[in-house]
Design a protein around this ligand. Sequence first.
Ligand code: GLN
Length: 445
Amino acid sequence: SVLDRINKVEEKVKAFVTVTGEQALEQAREIDEKRARGEAMSPLAGIPMAMKDNICTKGVTTTCASKILYNFVPPYNATVTEKLLEAGTILLGKCNMDEFAMGSSNENSGFFPTRNPHDLSAVPGGSSGGAAAAVAADEAVFTLGSDTGGSIRQPAAFCGVVGLKPTYGYVPRYGLIAYASSLDQIGPLTKDITDCALVLNVIAGHDPKDSTSAPVEVPDFTRYLVDDVKGLKIGIPKEYMGEGIDPRIAAYLKQAAAKLEELGAVCEEVSLPHTEYALPAYYIIASAEASSNLARYDGVRYGLRVEAEDVISMFCKTRSQGFGEEVKRRIMLGTYALSSGYYDAYYLKALKVRTLIKRDFDQAFLKYDCLLTPTSPTTAFKFGEKVNDPLAMYLSDVCTIPINLAGVPGLSLPFGTVEGLPVGIQFIGKPFGEGTLLRVGYALE
Ligand code: GLN
């Protein structure tokens, strides 16, 4: 029925780069047989899901929505893919995204843009726009996305679904094609908080194949699905409520705070004074790491190769034709920030700012169990509105980026609509404090 649904709406929504079709049905039949034999099954067995196209799937094309990887078929599964397949979920296909996860609207996809199922003239957000739209359009029960600066949460908000960026190191990144390795995290996009907890149960946990994976015990997240927020202290950072935030979104945030107070939580204003420096620091750090990570696409090892008279021209032609505008912009910015003479002034400075931002959060979490902010300053915008103005586009992640710089978890929860388009509110937690985020989300939804 999910494949039928894909056939029906995909022409309009365009959430998928690849649909597995027959392969998915084959997998489903195997699950049916196991069930018929009475084999023990995980709670997710038989659930159809999809993955952002930067998560490696053995034998299934993984393109990062880039022409440079248009034909790349991974010989191995990402750890999250492996875990989900072991749990019996069914891979329906791979979701569209901004090329190499750089963007906030899906307009940077090297293939075609995904549309917002709530309004086809609006963007689904990005970079996990396809993954969010697929869930919102009932083309998958859940999807996995990746979030470097907001790429799970902002599209979740724009498409009206739940999106979680876990604590850095909680979910293994082995097999996630790297954008900015110190910021990237994989996380679920789901219809509700219960599904989010169930998926997190499968994908979180230490992985010896990922050296940044945290060696911590993972609880059963469903135990946080209790309608009880009594005594929780929730901070509302004033820096996230000011200029640039749509007042109607700010009003919803106040409504959410009032409801939480009614349920017994305490909400107070708090300050995170270095917030305004997060965006510039992020774009230096993320571009620097991207320029290094993307050096491997040279026409030799993966994907596209444009033949040329000698090897240097082959590198140049392959990269010139294979990468899109935004990716090239990031590679140039990052290379510049890392070059000798500019390293101290830009890259090192950005790292120091990152520490200050992290300390703001450490300080706030001495007093508060979690923080509440908008997920994005606006609801989904129209195609073309920001595509020629990179700075305006970068601003749509202003509420989500600091969370990646600090490495803490963030959850976007749908909360009302403005002119028919979904609004998302964001809960930010202590490191490994996902349980608290699920608890407040569950109480509010
Ligand atoms: N929009 C931000 C960027 O372009 C965040 C992307 C992401 O989280 N992958 O870098």
